[in-house]
Write a protein that binds this ligand. Structure first.
Ligand SMILES: *[C@@H]1O[C@H](CO)[C@@H](O)[C@H](O)[C@H]1NC(C)=O
Ligand SMILES: *[C@@H]1O[C@H](CO)[C@@H](O)[C@H](O)[C@H]1NC(C)=O
Ligand SMILES: *[C@@H]1O[C@H](CO)[C@@H](O)[C@H](O)[C@H]1NC(C)=O
Ligand SMILES: *[C@@H]1O[C@H](CO)[C@@H](O)[C@H](O)[C@H]1NC(C)=O
Ligand SMILES: *[C@@H]1O[C@H](CO)[C@@H](O)[C@H](O)[C@H]1NC(C)=O
Ligand SMILES: *[C@@H]1O[C@H](CO)[C@@H](O)[C@H](O)[C@H]1NC(C)=O
Ligand SMILES: *[C@@H]1O[C@H](CO)[C@@H](O)[C@H](O)[C@H]1NC(C)=O
Ligand SMILES: *[C@@H]1O[C@H](CO)[C@@H](O)[C@H](O)[C@H]1NC(C)=O
Length: 878
């Protein structure tokens, strides 16, 4: 118990600490020296375009850059990579640390044809519709798409590149003309639209352990993704500032442009200009550089139950039994630090978790999975082999005097694995071969990896490592701080894949950097049980999604504090629509598994969970599409409707894919909610929370709500795949039938997609899957299959629900290959504005056609008395 008291004290301490606002401001860091930019025109920042130095070829432009106040000539390089992104690298002749691990792969230069003008002032580089004009003096680069100016690098000539031993900061400003908003640069507890920071602190990217964080804030949090989008009615683009050292960003927004001034503590100027010209394209250009998330297992999209901490293996199995008893689905149980033997990771408490394999097998019997925590700090205990080995082999992060760094964390005095050292990383990955961790039913949570250090004795305590520590190849911690935790997840993924090469691993991480989506999901850390934290969870995850990380969620109920009943229910309802859905709570708050609540509350939580599970086929399809295209799984409204001025800042609503709009209730005691529906008058949205009532996409609508409500709208023109039977787990639904919700638009048309595979393995990468395009047009539903892929799913489509259905349908004719069958059970429901067809069994593997026929003259006579309810039974499909 001593340890828990210790964590509790630390939580309290941190909360106090936050209240007195001790996180560093710009003027307490290097930022102070450069925030007031060097002023403009008279500065000498010059590219050397003389023939003896300038190198132009079909892959790059290279030359020297002279910067006033910098003691040496810098190397300048421009190339085009990825999806037409301009890459500029400015570095010393001895290269600084480059965070190329954030990139998906080595990016080959694309073909360019650079041209210099006669008087050596300008080099023009064209690539497709894009163009960069590189000016020699003062140095600046203008980027154009189709001859429209998109952005200007070093617009104000404030470039900084310090080369003194102790002052190595760099800075540059980018102007984005003709835009109205800036988004991106997570992680901050802030709105989708970035604030103007002129009279505020700049946005800070510096991974820190900051619980119960302040909202609407530019303060640093657990993760750092230095991609910023400039977005407007007419054009959008972005900048990816690839730098893992502490970074501050001043954002200046005016009605018609955005200026972003990036300041980093170290590293080269390593920048990728995303050319848009839409936000959607800019996001895909970013994921072209940093990759997409590999398709997760199906279960990961179900509900996760966690707590700091479940204290014994019996407790874990009894929680599962209670979920079953109360008919509440749950897929995953989580173990926080107390499962270990005295916080020694890769061990199990010898009494309370004495049979980890049994626990894992027991969970497997009911289709449940286990996630266990592994932190990066290693207890300094001479009887702990991971410590003695790491010390002996030099796997730890070191002090400047080359001794092993140690300080306090959960286990007491600890040291930190240097995941940047390939040998240490390999050693760490192999630890997953240990007992329990080599089981196919375990998945991993990497926490405290900012890294968090309980070093309140340090003079400038920010609960993380001192910046002068030493990593592999003599890199200072300062150079790599924001990418340290990222490297832990790389090792975790390697370890899990070694154990089970054909099983998709699931990893959750708190610290993150650009590219993390290739390794792990994230959550928004130690939030708090209040409405402000529920509200901010949407923009936080929307921003992460635009920055490549779709697999994001917030602790349901709030980690710290005690949610009242209303907040608790609302959080389950809203959380069901973020990609990662986990209930979690702190050690010092009362238990709050949903079955502990009164039946009315429990029923609403059950409905929320059911809604989540019903839409798993949709979530899974969206994750697959993300993997292929880089499109985020959740999107702000403006992503699809950039022309709608009123939608530019909407971040209390979410689009799950293009077709489902969710407006969860995020405030207490309300009986109506204003919901923005985009697309104009001709775009209809069906409120599935209220009898599929149709609304025009003409802007704000007032929706009446009660405690049961979560306004969710399906877009007319779309087809949504679902599985509507409530089961204890997602795995239990594998064989359950699909229902297709066919949402007809004003021209009686709709389309959609459905992806299925074995939900667990990598066989889908060997074409073992089905990707089905569904099209409804002229009263006929037809399917198209992705060529070359085959899979034989056990589930069929057994229900079609047509919203806003054509009238007088009496007969349904199914054709696939040479088979055909007629009719089945049809039921109109006028109150719900739908036609339901059941008693069918459509094989997904075959291209099919289903024709819906209106009554002919004969059937009018025969069926006129049926009015709206017409049932034709007993003609089952083959
Ligand atoms: C540039 O030219 C060289 C020599 O002709 C060729 O090998 C290389 O593939 C070209 N690079 C690109 C990106 O086209
Ligand atoms: C260089 O030539 C360009 C036209 O190509 C002209 O606009 C510019 O003024 C000239 N600059 C100098 C310094 O002569
Ligand atoms: C850019 O110009 C090309 C060629 O004129 C045209 O095909 C393309 O549609 C234009 N793109 C945009 C975004 O305007
Ligand atoms: C940038 O330069 C322009 C033109 O010199 C000036 O008007 C503007 O105030 C500068 N902006 C900043 C943020 O320094
Ligand atoms: C897991 O590791 C333990 C300890 O090395 C070993 O006894 C067990 O057989 C391993 N299990 C699997 C499934 O490899
Ligand atoms: C209806 O939906 C179809 C397919 O989704 C689309 O092609 C068509 O343009 C839509 N019609 C209207 C009026 O929105
Ligand atoms: C579905 O219709 C939309 C227009 O509503 C269109 O943009 C999209 O490409 C269509 N998708 C398929 C798979 O036909
Ligand atoms: C139904 O009857 C109308 C007029 O009585 C006729 O014009 C039409 O062709 C008939 N339709 C069918 C399908 O027999």
């Amino acid at each position: 118990m001593a340890m828990h008291i210790q964590k509790f004290k630390v939580i309290l301490f941190i909360s106090l600490f936050v209240c007195v606002n001790s996180w560093k401001s710009c003027h307490e860091t290097f930022c102070d020296r450069i925030r007031a930019r060097p002023q403009g025109g008279s500065r000498n920042v010059k590219l050397d375009f003389s023939n003896s130095v300038l190198k132009l070829n079909n892959e790059s432009v290279q030359t020297n850059l002279n910067v006033e106040g910098t003691s040496q000539n810098l190397k300048f390089k421009l190339e085009v990579v990825g999806d037409s992104s301009f890459h500029i690298l400015i570095d010393e002749s001895t290269p600084r640390y480059r965070a190329n691990k954030a990139l998906n792969e080595v990016l080959p230069p694309l073909k360019i044809d650079p041209k210099k003008n006669n008087n050596n002032t300008l080099v023009t580089v064209t690539h497709g519709n894009n163009k960069a004009l590189i000016y020699s003096s003062p140095f600046k680069v203008e980027f154009y798409n189709n001859n429209t100016l998109i952005s200007i690098a070093n617009w104000n000539n404030s470039l900084i590149f310090k080369t003194d031993t102790n002052q190595r900061e760099i800075a540059l400003d980018i102007l984005f003309p003709n835009v109205q908003r800036a988004y991106g640069i997570p992680e901050h507890a802030d709105r989708l639209t970035l604030q103007n920071t002129v009279s505020n602190q700049p946005y800070r990217l510096f991974n820190v352990d900051y619980g119960n964080y302040r909202v609407d804030s530019t303060e640093a949090l657990y993760g750092s993704i230095p991609v910023l989008y400039a977005h407007g009615i007419e054009q959008s683009s972005g900048i990816f500032w690839l730098n893992p050292s502490q970074t501050w960003i001043d954002v200046t927004t005016s009605p018609d442009d955005v200026d972003a001034y990036f300041m980093s503590e170290d590293g080269p100027l390593d920048m990728y200009f995303l050319m848009g010209p839409t936000l959607q394209q800019a996001v895909m250009q970013y994921t072209k550089l940093t990759g997409t998330a590999p398709l997760p297992q199906y279960f990961t999209l179900g509900y996760h139950q966690s707590r700091y901490s479940y204290m014994s293996q019996d407790e874990v199995t009894s929680i599962v039994s209670s979920f079953d008893e109360y008919n509440l689905p749950v897929d995953v149980l989580w173990l926080d630090i107390d499962y270990t033997d005295e916080k020694k990771y890769f061990t199990w408490d010898p009494k309370r978790f004495k049979e980890p394999e049994k626990l894992l097998n027991d969970l497997k019997k009911t289709n449940r999975k286990l996630v266990a925590i592994i932190d990066p700090h290693i207890k300094n205990d001479e009887n702990y082999d991971i410590h003695t080995t790491s010390k002996r082999e030099g796997y730890y992060v070191k002090n400047p005097d080359n001794t092993v760094y140690s300080d306090k964390c959960w286990p007491g005095i600890s040291s930190w694995l240097d995941f940047l050292n390939p040998r240490a990383l390999d050693y760490y990955a192999n630890l997953y071969a240990r007992r329990g961790f080599n089981h196919s039913n375990i998945h991993i949570w990497n926490d405290m990896n900012e890294p968090a250090v309980f070093n309140d004795h340090e003079p400038s305590f920010e609960k993380t490592m001192p910046l002068n520590l030493i990593h592999h190849e003599n890199r200072k911690h300062r150079e790599v701080h924001n990418i340290y935790g990222f490297y832990q997840t790389v090792g975790t993924q390697t370890g899990l894949l070694k154990n089970n090469p054909n099983l998709r691993p699931f990893i959750l991480t708190r610290s993150h950097f650009a590219g993390i989506q290739r390794y792990a999901a994230i959550w928004t850390g130690d939030n708090y049980a209040n409405w402000a934290h529920l509200r901010i969870s949407l923009p936080m995850c929307l921003t992460e999604a635009l920055a490549g990380v779709s697999f994001c969620g917030a602790d349901v109920g709030g980690f710290g504090g005690i949610p009242d009943d209303e907040l608790y229910q609302r959080w389950y309802q809203a959380g069901a629509w973020l990609p990662f859905y986990r209930g979690h709570s702190a050690i010092d708050v009362p238990r709050r598994e949903p079955y502990l609540y009164a039946e009315g509350i429990q029923a609403r939580v059950r409905t929320a969970l059911h809604q989540r599970y019903a839409h798993l086929p949709l979530w899974y399809t969206l994750f697959r599409e993300h993997e292929l295209t880089g499109e985020p799984v959740i999107r702000p409204i403006t992503y699809h409707y950039p022309k709608e001025v009123d939608a530019l800042s909407i971040d209390n609503q979410i689009l799950a894919g293009p077709n489902v709009l969710v407006a969860p209730i995020l405030e207490p005691s309300i009986s109506s909610k204003k919901v923005y529906l985009p697309g104009g008058k001709s775009q209809i949205w069906y409120n599935i929370d209220d009898n599929n009532k149709a609304f025009e996409g003409s802007g704000y609508h007032t929706i009446n709500v009660n405690l049961n409500s979560t306004p969710v709208f399906y877009r007319a023109g779309s087809i949504i795949p679902r599985k509507d039977i409530l089961r204890p787990t997602s795995t239990g639904t594998y064989k359950d039938p699909f229902s297709l919700y066919i949402c007809l638009n004003s021209t009686g048309e709709a389309n959609g997609t459905l992806y299925v595979d074995d939900y667990e393995s990598f066989q889908y990468r060997k074409n073992q899957f089905l990707y089905i395009t569904l099209i409804f047009s002229e009263n006929t539903l037809s399917s198209q299959l992705k060529d070359g892929a085959t899979y034989s799913p056990s589930a069929k489509i057994e229900q079609l629900i047509i919203l806003n259905p054509p009238k007088d349908i009496v007969e349904v004719k199914y054709t696939a290959d040479k088979e055909s069958a007629t009719a089945t059970s049809l039921q109109y429901n006028s109150e719900k504005n739908l036609l339901s067809i059941t008693g069918i069994a459509i094989d997904l593997q075959k291209k099919f056609q289903i024709e819906f026929s209106k009554k002919n003259n004969a059937t009018i006579v025969k069926l006129s008395s049926w009015m709206l309810v017409i049932i034709i039974t007993n003609l089952m499909f083959l």
